[in-house]
Design a protein around this ligand. Structure first.
Ligand code: CA
Length: 485
């Protein structure tokens, strides 16, 4: 009994200590402005700091002013990565582990989720999204201004037309979740112009969270001619794609210039990455030596070019070689903002700030790259288990408009629905970063350990939601503001 009391007192003391530490942290939090830039479908080697084909001086400059995250993971397609960022939770917990949210989807990111902008707003931030949402629009409650953003500008869907801003018969260009006519032009330039406006017109009494989610460089492949002129050496469609990357790089330069002009560089954390690996590698994008591309769980689908900069806080010219995942930004940013992490839903993300700013090891014992009924992957240390890796996220890649999914040319087996466990691959990324040698048979103990942890996590998945095929009677949701005649 006495021992029980002593233990209980110890627990209380520990709790009091933890709470006071948390409050101290909140009071001391640096509360930087946050400019979080996400490219869409950019290949790993399609930034200047990874590959020779395409010049990206502004992204390179940003990377050189901070650290490159060389083992930064995302989901293999668009909507799941965005859900991971905004919730800090693996998409399998949200039913978003398969495909993307297409125009006719009858679901969105579950309303029960607390979002990153909600947390930042609670901590006193001004919150804005500029660009692509892609997390649901079936009803007004699913729209950005109802999920924590003070300001919204841009589009709800993937694969919009860069000039007409149409998707499947619907006009998809909005401000503050109301249809916006009159902003004509190339979407990449419009997103940059609005980002600049939001920086200039920010409420100076509050720190700013600006989420810049370009539709660039996702298909359809469209760009004003001047941007592709320097790339006559590249065959189409890669030439046009290179021009689209150049236009996005220019836009990122414009945003950085606005940050400098506002005198914000010293108290602004800037992040840049792609939302998934490059589709159709070799034809449209380049993932360099990484295996496969968008829609797959190999490195070419899930490891992306990424960098983070904050003058005076992140050492310039550094490289972080520790594995991190998009879910980590949720706790990392909320901690930097002095916001609370107390919430109903448990997080998968871990605070990555000590890894990024102080060179500490990854906060993860493992990273779950995805878990679906027919495919999945997990990384533990340098080891990676891929289950049925020949299965491509066809629905996620179907919006590419580049002739099908982003499979490699010779996957290990046929594509299609197959029971998980028929095609098991184990890689040692420390010796084999390009996933060429399957060590599953040679390392049964390692295989068993990774499989056991994978199975444990997979049990926590909820059934995947699916958009399916476009219904014959499809009509643009009224919530877009303008419906098809
Ligand atoms: Ca994407």
């Amino acid at each position: 009994m006495r021992n029980t009391v002593r233990v209980a007192a110890g627990v209380v003391a520990a709790l009091v200590f933890a709470l006071s530490a948390m409050h101290a942290r909140a009071a001391d939090a640096p509360r930087p402005n946050i400019v979080f830039i996400l490219a869409d479908d950019l290949g790993w080697a399609d930034v200047g700091f990874h590959g020779p084909d395409i010049k990206t001086p502004n992204i390179d400059k940003l990377a050189a002013s901070g650290v490159r995250l060389e083992q930064f993971y995302v989901q293999s397609v668009c909507s799941p990565t965005r859900a991971a960022l905004l919730t800090g939770r693996y998409p399998m917990r949200l039913g978003l582990q398969e495909g993307v949210i297409r125009p006719w989807a009858d679901y969105g990111m579950p309303l029960s989720e607390r979002t990153l902008p909600q947390g930042l707003k609670e901590a006193g931030y001004e919150t804005s999204i500029c660009g692509k949402w892609h997390l649901g629009f079936i009803a007004p409650e699913y729209l950005p201004t109802r999920r924590g953003f003070d300001h919204q500008y841009g589009h709800y869907n993937g694969a919009i037309d860069y000039f007409t801003h149409m998707r499947d018969g619907g006009y998809d260009w909005h401000r503050d979740d109301k249809a916006l006519r009159g902003d004509e032009g190339y979407s990449t330039a419009l997103i940059a112009a609005e980002s600049v406006r939001l920086i200039q017109k920010r409420d100076a009494a509050k720190p700013l969270f600006l989420y810049v989610a370009f539709n660039a460089v996702h298909a359809p492949h469209q760009v004003p001619a001047k941007y592709k002129e320097p790339y006559a050496n590249l065959p189409e469609p890669r030439r046009t794609y290179a021009g689209m990357v150049a236009a996005m790089d220019e836009a990122i330069g414009t945003i950085q210039a606005a940050i400098d002009a506002a005198g914000m560089r010293g108290n602004t954390l800037i992040f840049f990455s792609s939302d998934n690996g490059g589709p159709a590698p070799g034809r449209v994008t380049s993932n360099g030596p990484l295996r496969a591309g968008k829609g797959t769980l190999y490195e070419g689908g899930t490891r992306v070019a990424a960098c983070a900069a904050w003058e005076g806080k992140i050492k310039a010219g550094g490289i972080v070689n520790e594995p991190l995942h998009m879910v980590d930004w949720y706790p990392t940013l909320l901690n930097l903002a002095g916001a609370t992490l107390e919430q109903k839903q448990p997080l998968d993300g871990r605070d990555a700030w000590p890894t990024i700013a102080e060179g500490k090891p990854s906060p993860h014992a493992e990273i779950l790259l995805n878990s679906r009924p027919d495919t999945g992957a997990i990384r533990m240390g340098d080891w990676k288990l891929v289950l049925n890796g020949s299965r491509v996220d066809v629905e996620g890649a179907a919006e590419d408009g580049v002739g099908g999914p982003a499979a490699e040319k010779k996957p290990n087996g046929r594509q299609g629905r197959r029971a998980i466990g028929k095609n098991i691959e184990l890689f040692d990324l420390s010796k084999d970063p390009y996933e060429k040698t399957n060590l599953a048979e040679a390392n049964p103990e390692k295989l068993k350990a990774l499989r056991a942890r994978y199975d444990e996590l997979a049990k926590e998945a909820v059934p995947p939601k699916q958009s399916g095929k476009q219904p014959a009677a499809y009509k643009v949701p009224k919530v877009w503001g303008e419906v098809r005649e």
